[in-house]
Structures are given as structure tokens and as C-alpha cells.
Design a protein around this ligand. Structure first.
Ligand code: DHE
Length: 522
């Protein structure tokens, strides 16, 4: 498959900046220096989209530095010798200003963006010697690559470039053969883990959040901030199946925070950022027993039971007290816990029973719990979930039979991710923010005590753990451009191997993902 290089734009960098004293013409500067890579409409091209929504994670001061000095490990060049400081400031202001016309990304744009890899060699077994169900897919956001790692020998099998800025966990087909990646600019890539090559790519949105795959492996849902859509693609060839324009029952538009697969329900569940509704979309062609008959709110705001046989992609709206996002699902997918930021006391978690279609409990969890990273296990015969907090140094352990907080475990700082495995007695969590961000805590699931605190690389952020297929090893990321993957023996907690990697933001074990291990993200 061919991709245009950034080289094209650099050839155009021969013209000078604005004459001294004249106010820079930002639009002209953009057209001259940026458009070839980032698109005349700023929607992206070979370089990422330059719209305020897409730049939300980059502070303007940092953007000034990127234009002046370029960006390491990408093809973004330095412009300090070509543009004056005033030109650069004008460009920064320009890209942080919304375009005069709201960009459209609908059926035609999605279809036109689709790129099939005509060079893909069809194979019926893996082209490598390793257990295909114990592979790790490692996303390296330092230089925008992914590595396929043999999960028995912990040796890289293949490394390839990805789209710019992947986010969220890649999703696997139920047989573990194909994996789907999503970039924040809305690109979805289907990759064949047997052939080790891209199958097809499509751009499903301009600014996307995450993807989910349906229980039968036939559909991919894409959650978008821009435009306000939820897009359903065929997992076979990433052709477009349906676009939901996301609006509440009164017509108010909303961004989609995230979309999840609710496997036993045979549905997608979407978190909406701006309106107090959760959406459930059936992926069961018969709109089967779980979905049919459930209460939802219709377009007139009336509660009604969904008829049986509502059909593939039938939509059920569930009203909630406030917009909720960052969902943890109980292992049976009857309940979810979502965060709301409406409480005077800080964040509060709301439990929504998906069967009855309404909120059933509230849990006071100040300090912004990162519920999406929550994991579940059985503690003293009770089902519990545990979540790190993004703004507080603690892990909350919550009973999922009565929603009480069983224990608050003090940590050395706010955390981001949490992981375990059925075959290990430990749960691992990172300290992601603050001076102790190089630490990881290992918690005994039977005593809820921290039994060890690890420091794999002093001074460097250590984060995101994933176990191998049998739970005998835990893999940790060192989140630096010249970072590493550190393999620990999950019993002795001793390091067994260290592999250099470029900011390995996340790693995903095929087996744990396709079997929906309670210790990992889904
Ligand atoms: Fe993520 C997963 C939302 C910032 C790295 N992140 C997710 C998911 C959601 C989410 C909803 C679950 C999707 C899935 O896996 O299908 N993330 C958000 C945010 O709202 C937030 C706080 C702000 C934002 O800018 O979007 C945010 N996330 C970050 C980061 O800053 C991280 C650390 C670096 C990055 O690459 O952007 C980051 N998020 C991740 C990773 C996962 C993720 C590595 C997958 C976790 C997993 O193990 O499954």
C-alpha cells in the first residue's frame, strides 16, 4: 500500500515570510507551508488534522515549539529558519481557531477515504513460528509504530508504522486473527496477524475516541467527537454500514465519548459526552432476547418497550441523571458504572442497570476514578471491582453486589491503568502522575494490601501492565521515546527481560482479549 510522504511540502519551502512590520497572513502561510501535509481544509493528510478539536491535547506554547523546532521521530520539519516568530504565532492562532465552515465527514467522505491493500498476500496460517493466540500487539506512540511480540519468548516478530497517534485498545476478531487500530484523527486500520500486513484502512471521522468490535466479529463501531457521529463499519472490509447522527431525544447534538462491546448482550453501548443518555445498539440481526422488550426512551421522550425483531443496529436510548462516561461493566454486563462530573464533592460514579434501563445507585468516589481501567475479581467470596483515580493517590475497591466501597488503598500518586489475570494473586497499578510516576504497585487480591512497589526505571514513567496468556508474566511499559517493555515474572515479581521500545503506550495479549479476561480491558 502506498502512502504519500511528507517530502512534497518541503519542496515548497522556498518562499520567505511576511515583510518586516506587516501583519502575517496566517491563512496564506498555512497554504504555503502546511497545507500539503495537513490538508488545505486542515483535516489532515499525511500529517495530522490541525483543528482545535484535534489539538486539544497540545498546548499552544508547545505547538509554537513544534512549528519552530519540528517533531522528533516524525516527518514534521523545523520552520525556525524559514518563518519569523510572528509568523509562527500567527500560524498557531490560526490552527487553534475553528474553521469558518464546520467540516463535513459523512458517507461520501468515509467511502472515498477507504484504502484497500492490493498487495496483501493471502495466507491460511501464520507466516511465523509462534503461538498466534499468545501474541502481544504493542502500540508504540513514540514513533507511531506497532510491534507484534511472541508472548512465549518475548521476542519481536514484526514492527510496522501505524497511523499517527493511535488511541484506545486495539480490538481483535473473536478468532484472534485480525486486529483493528484507531487513530485520534479517525483512521481505522484492519491488520492481518497471520500475514503480518494491513488489509484495509478507512477514515471514519475527523476526531475519534475509540472503536469496539461486535460480539460476532462482524461490525466495528467508531465513537467520534467530530463530527457528532457513531459510525458502524463492516469488519470484513471496513465498508460503511451505518452512520448515527448523535442527538438526544430532543435533538441536542452530542459528542460520543466512547463505545464498548457488551458481549453477552450482543450490543454496542455508547457513552455520550454532552447529553444525559446512554445508547445501546443491538448487533443481533434478530434483536434477540436480551434487547427486545427492554424499556427505552423514544424520540418524544416517552418510555416504551422495544418490539422484538427490532433489527440490526436498532437503537435503545437509556436516560441517565447526567452525562456519563468512562464506563466499567460488571462481568455479566448487566450493570455499568460511569463517571459524572456534576457533584459538588467532585466526581461521583453512577451505577446504571442496563436491563431495567435506569440508574440504580450512586457511589461517592472523589478524585476522578478511572473506571474504564477497572478490573474485577472475587474477594472473600464477593465480586469486587477496583479502579485507580486520576486525581488522587488511591485505588478504590468496590463490591459489585451492593456498590459499597470495600477498601481504599493509598498509593504513591494518581494512577491510570490497572491489570490482573485469573492465574495470578496480584493486581498491578501504576502511579502515572507526579513525582512518583516511575513506580508501580502490586496489590494482593486476597488481602487488598500493597505487597511490593516496583521502580523499573528511576525517573521514567512506568505504566500499563498486561499479562501473557497463562498469567505467568506481566509486561510493563517505560513511557519514554527511548523507552522499553519490561517483562516480570508474575510470581516472584523479578524482572526477566527488557526490550527497547519507543513509548510503548499499551500492549494487548490476543488470548486475554478474545477470552475477555476479567483482569484486562475489553
Ligand atoms: Fe485514553 C483507552 C479516554 C487520555 C492512553 N482512553 C481509553 C479509553 C477511553 C479513553 C474511553 C477506552 C477505549 C478503548 O480502549 O476502547 N483517554 C481518554 C480520555 O478521555 C483522556 C483522559 C483524554 C483524552 O485526551 O482523550 C485520555 N489516554 C489518554 C492519554 O493521555 C494516554 C495516557 C496517552 C495517549 O496515547 O493518548 C491514553 N487510553 C490510553 C490507552 C488506552 C486508552 C493506552 C488503552 C488502554 C487499554 O489497556 O485498553
Amino acid at each position: 500500500m502506498k502512502r504519500l510522504g511528507f517530502a512534497l511540502s518541503f519542496a515548497l519551502l522556498t518562499l520567505g515570510s511576511a515583510p518586516a512590520g506587516a501583519a502575517p497572513d496566517a491563512s496564506a502561510l498555512y497554504g504555503k507551508y502546511c497545507a500539503a501535509c495537513h490538508g488545505t481544509d486542515r483535516l489532515g493528510g499525511t500529517g495530522p488534522a490541525l483543528l482545535p478539536q484535534n489539538l486539544g491535547r497540545l498546548k499552544p506554547a508547545r505547538a509554537t515549539g513544534v512549528i519552530a523546532d519540528g517533531r522528533a521521530a516524525t516527518q514534521m520539519p523545523a520552520f525556525a529558519d524559514v518563518l519569523s516568530a510572528a509568523d509562527i504565532e500567527a500560524l498557531v492562532a490560526y490552527v487553534y481557531t475553528p474553521p469558518a465552515v464546520v467540516p463535513v465527514w459523512g458517507r461520501a467522505e468515509i467511502a472515498a477515504s477507504r484504502i484497500l491493500n492490493d498487495d496483501l498476500i493471502k495466507v491460511d496460517k501464520p507466516v511465523f513460528e509462534a503461538d498466534p493466540l499468545n501474541l502481544f500487539v504493542v502500540v508504540e506512540t513514540g514513533d507511531h509504530h506497532a510491534t507484534i511480540l511472541d508472548g512465549d519468548r518475548f521476542e519481536p516478530i514484526y514492527r510496522f508504522p501505524t497511523r499517527y497517534a493511535l488511541h484506545g485498545g486495539p480490538k481483535f476478531t473473536p478468532d484472534g486473527r485480525y486486529v483493528f487500530f484507531m487513530s485520534r484523527d479517525g483512521w481505522v486500520t484492519k491488520f492481518d496477524l497471520y500475514a503480518l500486513d494491513v488489509v484495509v484502512e478507512v477514515r471514519a471521522g475527523i476526531n475519534a475516541r475509540n472503536i469496539a468490535i461486535s460480539e460476532d466479529g462482524r461490525h466495528i463501531a467508531v465513537a467520534n467527537y467530530l463530527p457528532n457521529t457513531l459510525v458502524i463499519l463492516s469488519a470484513e472490509d471496513l465498508s460503511l454500514e451505518k452512520i448515527f447522527e448523535v442527538k438526544d431525544r430532543w435533538g441536542k447534538p452530542s459528542r460520543v465519548s466512547a463505545v464498548y462491546q457488551a458481549r453477552p448482550r450482543r450490543s454496542f453501548v455508547a457513552a455520550l459526552k454532552d447529553v444525559p443518555e446512554i445508547w445501546e445498539i443491538t448487533t443481533d440481526p434478530e434483536a434477540g432476547p436480551v434487547f427486545a422488550g427492554l424499556v427505552h426512551s423514544n424520540e418524544k421522550g416517552m418510555k416504551e418497550a422495544l418490539p422484538s425483531g427490532s433489527g440490526l443496529f436498532a437503537l435503545r436510548r437509556i436516560e441517565v441523571p447526567a452525562p456519563l462516561d468512562d464506563f466499567f461493566f460488571t462481568p455479566d454486563y448487566r450493570n455499568l458504572i460511569g463517571s459524572t462530573r456534576d457533584g459538588a464533592k467532585g466526581s461521583t460514579a453512577v451505577v446504571v442497570n442496563l436491563n431495567v434501563g435506569r440508574d440504580v445507585a450512586r457511589i461517592d468516589l472523589p478524585g476522578l476514578p478511572h473506571l474504564g481501567s477497572g478490573i474485577a475479581w472475587t474477594y472473600k467470596g464477593r465480586p469486587v471491582m477496583a479502579t485507580p483515580h486520576l486525581k488522587d493517590g488511591r485505588v478504590s475497591v468496590i463490591a459489585i453486589d451492593d456498590w459499597s466501597v470495600v477498601k481504599t488503598i493509598e498509593t504513591k500518586g494518581p494512577g491510570f491503568f490497572m491489570r490482573s489475570h485469573e492465574n495470578t494473586r496480584y493486581a498491578w497499578t501504576d502511579v502515572f502522575f507526579g513525582p512518583n510516576r516511575d513506580l508501580l504497585h502490586v496489590i494482593d487480591k486476597d488481602t487488598l494490601e500493597i505487597v511490593k512497589t516496583l521502580q523499573p526505571a528511576p525517573g521514567k514513567t512506568a505504566a500499563h501492565v498486561e499479562f501473557d496468556r497463562d498469567g505467568s508474566h506481566a509486561l510493563v511499559s517505560i513511557w519514554e521515546t527511548d523507552g522499553a517493555l519490561v517483562v516480570y515474572d508474575a510470581k516472584t515479581l523479578k524482572e526477566v527481560k527488557r526490550l527497547p521500545m519507543s513509548k510503548p503506550s499499551g500492549k494487548y495479549n490476543v488470548w486475554n482479549k478474545i477470552t475477555f479476561s476479567d483482569g484486562t480491558s475489553h
